[in-house]
Design a protein around this ligand. Structure first.
Ligand SMILES: [Mn+2]
Length: 144
């Protein structure tokens, strides 16, 4: 299993390749706000663990194992953003919250959250009901 840090890299690399067709060390560094030398180190580690193949002057490609996990990590991030949106978390908090929790949930929990998101997508009136409860609770909190 990849460490949380390895997961962040694999997620970013998968997204870059999906968007641009390739993932350069400089783009990965920019996306993760880390120094390029840290990226090189991690990319070498991911190479040794069989997630990608890295050649200094030719860039990197994900192995099928790297692609498979990268896809799941991107799905997990997107699902958790969707979940946060449905439960009514403030838009400006969503990204940081997802980054904070995504590495610490079991795949079982991810699958169950997936069910819940599907439930609310199939029954949008339930989302409206949830908003009514939230409004009530917000009003209560505002009282002195
Ligand atoms: Mn993420």
């Amino acid at each position: 299993m990849p460490t949380p840090s390895m997961e962040d890299y694999l997620e970013r690399i998968y997204l870059l390749i999906e968007e641009k067709g390739y993932a350069r060390v400089s783009d990965i560094a920019e996306g993760l706000e880390v120094h390029p030398s840290s990226v090189t180190k991690m990319v070498q580690k991911l190479d040794r663990s069989g997630y990608l193949v890295y050649e200094k002057y030719r860039g990197l490609i994900l192995t099928s194992k790297g692609k498979k996990i990268g896809k799941r990590l991107v799905y997990r991030h997107d699902l958790l953003e969707e979940f946060m949106k449905i439960i009514g978390v403030d838009k400006e908090n969503i990204y940081a919250d997802v980054e904070g929790i995504e590495h610490h949930l079991s795949w079982d929990a991810i699958d169950r959250i997936g069910d819940l998101v599907q439930y609310f997508e199939e029954k949008p009136d339930r989302v409206d009901e949830l908003r009514i409860i939230q409004k009530k609770n917000d009003t209560v909190e505002e009282q002195p």
